[in-house]
Design a protein. Sequence first.
Length: 251
Amino acid sequence: MRSSFYHINDNLEPDCEIPKDEYFVYVNYFGIKDSFVNGSEEKKKLIIDCCQAFYSTSNHMSFYSPRKFFPVADGGYLKFDSEKFKNKYEKLPLGESCESHDFFYKNKKSDQESYSKYKHNEINIENSEVKKMSVATQSLLDLVDFEKLRQARVENFAYLHDKLGCLNELKINIQSALGPMVYPLLTSNLSREDFIKNKVFVAHYWKNIGSNLNNFEKYLSKNLIPLPIDHRYGIKHMKKIVDLINSLKVG
């Protein structure tokens, strides 16, 4: 099957026409593009990558990664409406992951050991065949109050956008942030390293995506600062992040 890549524009949307008669994979970036996704319902072969958008309400075929939102080591969700896919799913073997959850529960004194286990787990997932979600992961997810945790993300996101939206070069529709993964702050006036030095972890996405990029994609990869907003944090933590940014701007 032939496949090809496409570019995105500065609104995180395809820089091309979405075909109606070909499968087209679109990423719901940071969980803030639900309005765009839901406005593309007529595209019957659109597949939504919701790994950054666990709370997306799209009716399209979609796939999700709960481990980017909750303390589980593996497993995912696939949303489809085809008997063909359902039959294939039923034949999949059951995953086994009890040992892979170890790094979540290590004492802080064992951070290095936990990180080593995390990297080992990532390699195992990458090399593993496709399986059903393990019983261990299912059981952990059954304990999650998804709505309570979603609300924490929404409140943290809204606070940061209220305080930092004027600095953000990304166009963000706050109504489309139904349960975002991070607050995506795009600016060339701040350094990712400044946050890390001040003990605010910000990931670096798309470090190894090659050179065939348009100007915006290069700029996004270099200057995006994904601020943490998950349920471990509250408004007092968001205020500390805002205060840090204000001090970095002054400095």
